[in-house]
Design a protein around this ligand. Structure first.
Ligand code: UDP
Length: 149
């Protein structure tokens, strides 16, 4: 089982899409093991998007991600990282496959409603950045036998 970090960005929260987006991951069968709403500080945003420092979109991106509350979650399941990236769609919503979250709810690159870790290393890093160990809830679901063979 794999864990990944997902975050409904401030545009998604403002547009009342948090429930719908969470629901897609629940319905697919992923287990939510962490969930919270908060405002990202500038310091945390700069750490989170550290790989983009110096790029032209870096400052607008940090301004945007700190502009309002986000809804963050950690989900667990088989191939969670790549499956969630597939459900999100391409970074540019206009290039995201039909039916993906970014295709369904976005148009502009800087308003693409969701973040999701792109590798096991970034998942571990981002979960650690945004969640304390005690905020992750370990529990069993009877339902799992209907999701996994
Ligand atoms: N972004 C942008 N313009 C760009 C590239 C990226 O505004 O030319 C934003 C976009 O919101 C994206 C975020 O920066 O989600 C992080 O970029 P990354 O390449 O890591 O894409 P992601 O992993 O979010 O698909």
């Amino acid at each position: 089982m794999e864990r990944t970090y997902l975050m409904v960005k401030p545009d998604g929260v403002q547009r009342n899409l948090a429930g719908e987006i969470i629901s897609r991951f629940e319905k697919r069968g992923f287990k939510i093991i962490g969930l919270k709403m908060f405002k990202i500080t500038r310091d945390l945003a700069e750490k989170h998007y550290g790989e983009h420092v110096g790029k032209p979109f870096f400052e607008p991106l940090v301004d945007f991600i700190t502009s309002g509350p986000v809804v963050a979650m950690v989900i667990e399941g088989k191939n969670a990282i790549s499956a969630a990236r597939e459900m999100m769609g391409a970074t540019d919503p206009l290039k995201a496959a039909p039916g993906t979250i970014r295709n369904s709810f976005g148009i502009d690159m800087g308003r693409n409603v969701i973040h999701g870790s792109d590798s096991p290393a970034s998942a571990a890093r981002e979960i650690g950045l945004f969640f304390k160990e005690e905020e992750l809830v370990v529990y069993n679901r009877d339902l799992d036998r209907w999701i996994y063979e």
